[in-house]
Design a protein around this ligand. Structure first.
Ligand code: 5GP
Length: 188
């Protein structure tokens, strides 16, 4: 008889809005294809090129509420007027099968996972500086001055969350950040 696989550790990557979490995770996937990246549910509309079940499961608000009610989500949060959540079972199954698993979620979601899965490793992706984050957040030039101010205030609050995390990776360079994250995941 072969021994059952050793359960893998859950890694949670979070950080301020606009820091580039999605880009770092895309680079990580190429570096370490054996790491499973959880597919979230969201009520937001797909962006061009996004495929159902790949980037996200796209659901309506009623379906999302049903999943919350049924306890199907490990965590969930509202972000920019849309709901996002992590389906619980696939995470449990991958970890039990010994597959290193990564969640890429917002700060509110990371705090919820901290409460329910305290043994997970929590990684904060930080911008090189507040100035860089400000540039990224206001760079599109499509938003009103009020909206930009609101985003900047939020960015300050989000940056302060760094101290709640086990590890900090500074996103100076996407590939370096992905390599650092891969190394943390490999430590188990
Ligand atoms: P986007 O709409 O740009 O794909 O994602 C917006 C934000 O939602 C990002 O900060 C992303 O990390 C976060 N997010 C994506 N999936 C989840 C999830 O399942 N739970 C939570 N709490 N946040 C998520």
């Amino acid at each position: 008889m072969t021994a059952p696989p050793r359960p893998a550790r859950l890694t949670v990557l979070s950080g301020p809005s606009g820091v580039g979490k999605g880009t770092v995770v895309a680079a990580l996937r190429k570096l370490v294809p054996h790491v499973w990246v959880s597919v979230s549910c969201t009520t937001r509309a797909p962006r061009p090129g996004e495929r159902p079940g790949v980037e996200y499961y796209f659901v309506d608000r009623d379906r999302f509420a049903e999943m919350v009610e049924a306890g199907d989500l490990l965590e969930h949060a509202e972000f920019a007027d849309n709901c996002y959540g992590t389906p619980r079972m696939p995470v449990i199954e991958h970890l039990a099968a010994g597959v290193p698993t990564l969640l890429e979620i917002d700060l509110e979601g990371a705090r919820q996972v901290r409460r329910s899965v305290p043994e997970a490793r929590f990684v904060f992706l930080a911008p090189p500086s507040l100035d860089v984050l400000v540039q990224r957040l206001s760079g599109r030039g499509t938003e009103s001055a009020d909206a930009v101010v609101a985003r900047l205030e939020r960015a300050q609050v989000e940056l302060a969350a760094e101290r709640e995390f086990d590890e900090v990776i500074v996103n100076n360079d996407v590939h370096d950040a992905a390599r650092d994250l891969a190394a943390l995941i490999a430590e188990g």
